[in-house]
Design a protein around this ligand. Structure first.
Ligand SMILES: Cc1cc2nc3c(=O)[nH]c(=O)nc-3n(C[C@H](O)[C@H](O)[C@H](O)COP(=O)(O)OP(=O)(O)OC[C@H]3O[C@@H](n4cnc5c(N)ncnc54)[C@H](O)[C@@H]3O)c2cc1C
Length: 806
């Protein structure tokens, strides 16, 4: 066994083997995989191993598409059979919502060149005559859908990796991972130790236990999961060709051919958590006793749709464990608090995603960044607030709703509240409907009745009109927006200015009381973040960024060493904030402070520590609404007093609370981008309109990547679109993000944010397009159907910034 390696992968399931394979494919041959038992001995060996390409998330679709096309190539390359069957998959819609979901996916498939399209019921009958198509509204066909052999695929990755120089050691459990003083790791096993720069935790069902060896706690929880295989069925045997699989998600089961019978699996409501206190170390190639009663309801749905299933005997039942994260997406990426420790755990559709996941992991480790924005999969989206109790509740909910449609703007209530601020109770009494934001309860909108909940759907929902009232109140008078969910940091010390200048692309403010906007540049020269930096003293700055990206940004901040005597500390928990904005905001706030808020004394982009209602606040003359306004940041213990004072001061102006859904609409009216939607490492500064904030006459983090990116012409451009009112009214739906954009039938881009602009009376969308510009008329695929839209030359609200600066 090697004693040194570039990377050591722990776990020989399908994911560990794929990561090993992709590491070698990207050029690292000095890599080792350690497996405590045989390869595949966790969840991998007993999987149904269905493969699908399309997903609601564009980047997950890309990754699944890559995986589906990889298996045949892998087989050819290694000579190891992957047992690939691709008879196609039929996706059935029983409801209008499912039809919308599938049509949207079909539109995305067309944009990204993937094979997924609508077929008629007659065509579907020819492909799979066992299905009863009564009540089916539409059928989509994915010709590449099917299934693979789990052990074949895992071994093919292993063979491919070995052929490029990797070592694989079976029956070699990792018993310790110890970080050395030089940052490298000592991976300990009974057969000897290996020193490496990178530990990769791909321990599947034991992901928690292996992470704990490095002092890391992962929010993961295993569950049981079942499928059964029928005896040989004459209808199947005599069909002549392999039947396409059936995705009847409204029926909450999956189904495909296995041998001459069928395989049916289910995500039941009455789900079962397993190994809450830890996965037993002696568990391997084991299953649980059958418990078909638990999935009876799902089985009945399958029998109703394919009556032949009810007549067949059951040959085999598989009840095995799988391990979930709180949102059922993988927990992936380097642990931000450690050097050289990579996680890839909690993967549910391992066979649909193994290839893409292995490729992304290898890119991240070797090149420092993935080609796609992986934020939705980044382990940094969770932090210590995702406790065991939260994780368990979310996993129960995710499992039981695995096949439910997850609508845009949907907020699930399981496991909440996880974190609250002092004004949570008051906001609840005021009718706040909350969303989850980096663990915090955060007001989305304010209903007339406390306890009101969101309705969900692709069309306009119960919040649409009240959010409009909030927007109009703010634009006509003033509004108070809770912005405590923003990330806040204080940088203090003699080296503060130098350090911030070395991290961020823009020049930091030279004068006390000034603020600047700045991008943070990613490894490939894209946008890793957008921040407001304010100089509050010669040696002190406040940095405000996206709350949900706080742990993600840690990885960037730690790349530049802090000068001696200078600190950079998160103040997100300790501080809360409000944005008071609107034409009456100055008058309203002036009642509460002796500091003059007149433009000549407190102009746009200036800041000061001031007293508001006797409370010390950091006041910034900025507003994400695009309106006249101030951000006020106070200590958490002062939040309730400040909020009460602001609400009272608002009364004479009939100004009141405004939620984040209204903020979304207001910022879109102004054309402002937002992190993880418009701003992502996938986009270069010139594509987002942030190139002017990259100062190339100084050094900053990833500057050379920015310089290379900026040398290129923009591949796409961020634009603001106005959707045709007649089309939008007919659908009763606005764009929400992710909708493809076509011009003369050709895919030219996608929506990143959509909202109705209540104060301008326009349905709007921000999105990236190529080969199109102001005045062009395009089709935006809201609900998967074309909606005419015009690219605007300027934002409909305050295009010249007169209101903002006024
Ligand atoms: C019943 C069932 C049906 C499924 N059907 C499908 C499907 O149709 N399609 C699909 O895509 N997915 C399906 N899955 C999910 C799929 O099985 C998983 O996504 C996938 O197997 C996860 O692989 P993994 O490599 O992450 O983990 P695992 O397979 O759990 O592998 C982890 C490996 O790490 C090893 N290990 C653990 N600790 C150590 C240590 N200390 N030292 C060394 N090695 C260690 C283990 O022995 C194990 O081999 C199904 C799962 C179940 C339970």
């Amino acid at each position: 066994m090697r004693t040194e390696a570039q990377a050591v992968v722990i776990g020989g399931g399908v994911i560990g083997c794929s990561i090993l394979y992709h590491l070698t494919k990207l050029g690292w041959s000095d890599v080792v995989l350690l497996e405590r038992d045989e390869l595949t001995s966790g969840s991998t060996w007993h999987a149904a191993a269905n493969i699908h390409g399309l997903h609601d998330s564009t980047n997950i679709s890309r990754i699944q598409h890559y995986t589906m096309t990889l298996y045949n190539a892998l087989e050819e390359e290694t000579g190891q059979s992957c047992g690939v069957f691709q008879p196609g998959s039929l996706y059935l819609a029983q409801t209008e919502e499912r039809e919308h979901q599938l049509k949207l996916q079909a539109a995305k498939a067309k944009l990204y060149g993937m094979n997924f399209y609508e077929i008629s019921i007659d065509e579907a009958k020819k492909l799979n005559p066992l299905v009863n198509y009564d009540g089916i509204r539409c059928v989509m066909y994915e010709p590449d859908g099917g299934n693979v052999d789990p052990s074949g695929v895992t071994n093919a990755y292993a063979v491919g990796a070995r052929q490029r120089g990797a070592e694989i050691h079976r029956f070699t459990p990792v018993t310790a991972t110890e970080q050395q003083d030089d940052g490298s790791w000592l991976v300990k096993t009974p057969k000897g130790d290996i020193r490496t720069k990178w530990v990769v935790n791909a321990a599947g069902l034991w992901g928690r236990e292996v992470a704990a060896l490095a002092g890391v706690e992962l929010p993961l929880q295993p569950t049981e999961h079942q499928y059964f295989v029928t005896e040989t069925m004459t209808d199947v045997a005599e069909h002549g060709s392999r039947l396409p699989s059936v995705s009847d998600r409204d029926g909450e089961y999956y189904l495909r051919q296995e041998g001459q019978g069928l395989l049916v699996g289910a995500y039941e409501k009455d789900m079962k958590i397993w190994a809450e206190e830890g996965t037993p170390l002696d568990f391997a190639h084991d299953l649980f006793p059958d418990d078909l009663e638990r999935i009876e309801e799902n089985m009945m749905n399958a029998i109703e749709r394919l009556p032949a299933v009810g007549e067949a005997g059951i040959k085999r039942v598989i009840n095995g464990p799988m391990i979930w994260s709180p949102d059922s997406n993988v927990l992936m990426g380097p642990v931000p608090e450690l050097e050289g420790y990579f996680c890839c755990n909690g993967i549910i559709p391992g066979f649909s995603q193994s290839g893409g996941m292995g490729l992304m992991a290898a890119q991240w480790i070797i090149e420092g960044e993935t080609q796609y924005d992986m934020f939705a999969w980044d382990m940094a989206r969770f932090d210590t607030w995702a406790t065991k109790a939260f994780t368990k509740a979310r996993v129960q909910d995710q499992y039981a709703h695995r096949f439910a449609i997850h609508f845009p703007n949907e907020e699930r209530s399981a496991g909440r509240p996880a974190r609250t601020r002092p004004i949570y109770e008051l906001q609840s009494e005021m009718g706040a409907v909350f969303g989850l934001n980096a663990g915090w309860e955060h007001p989305l909108w304010f209903a007339d009745q406390p306890g009101t909940k969101d309705t969900n759907g692709f069309t306009r929902q119960n919040w649409w009109a009240p959010v409009g009232e909030e927007c109009k109140m703010l634009r006509d008078r003033a509004g108070i927006i809770d912005i405590s969910n923003f990330a806040k940091y204080r940088c203090k010390g003699p080296g503060a200015a130098d350090w911030l200048n070395a991290v961020f692309a823009n020049n930091m403010p030279k004068t006390v009381g000034r603020s600047c906007l700045t991008p943070l540049i990613s490894k490939r020269g894209g946008i890793a973040g957008d921040f407001t930096v304010t100089r509050t003293a010669e040696d002190e700055f406040w940095v405000i960024g996206s709350g949900m990206a706080e742990r993600y940004h840690k990885r960037f901040f730690k790349e530049v060493p802090l000068p001696e005597g200078t600190s950079f500390v998160s103040m997100t928990e300790a501080m809360c904030g409000f944005n008071v904005a609107g034409p009456k905001s100055r008058e309203m706030l002036q009642q509460l402070t002796n500091t003059s808020l007149a433009t000549e004394d407190f102009p746009f982009m200036r800041s000061a520590m001031i007293e508001v209602a006797g409370i010390e606040v950091l006041a910034l003359r900025v507003s994400f609404t695009g309106d006249l306004g101030w951000e006020l940041h106070c200590k958490s213990e002062d939040q309730l007093r400040l909020y009460s004072a602001l609400l009272q001061a608002g009364q004479p102006f009939t100004a009141g609370p405004v939620g984040s859904r209204a903020l979304m609409s207001l910022r879109v009216e102004k054309g402002y981008g937002s992190w993880s939607r418009e701003y992502s490492p996938e986009y270069w500064p010139q594509e987002v309109g942030l190139d002017r904030l990259c100062k190339l006459d100084k050094d900053f983090l990833n500057k050379s990547a920015a310089v290379s990116a900026l040398e290129n012409a923009a591949r796409e451009q961020l634009v603001l679109l106005h959707l045709d009112e007649a089309d939008v009214s007919a659908s009763n739906a606005d764009a929400t993000g992710g909708e493809p954009i076509f011009k003369n039938g050709e895919g030219i881009g996608r929506v990143t944010s959509g909202a109705y602009g209540y104060s301008v009376g326009m349905s709007l969308a921000l999105g990236y397009v190529k080969n199109a510009g102001p005045g062009d008329v395009v089709d935006v695929m809201v609900l998967g159907r074309p909606h005419k839209a015009t690219i605007l030359s300027e934002p409909p609200f305050d295009a010249d910034g007169a209101v903002l600066r006024g």
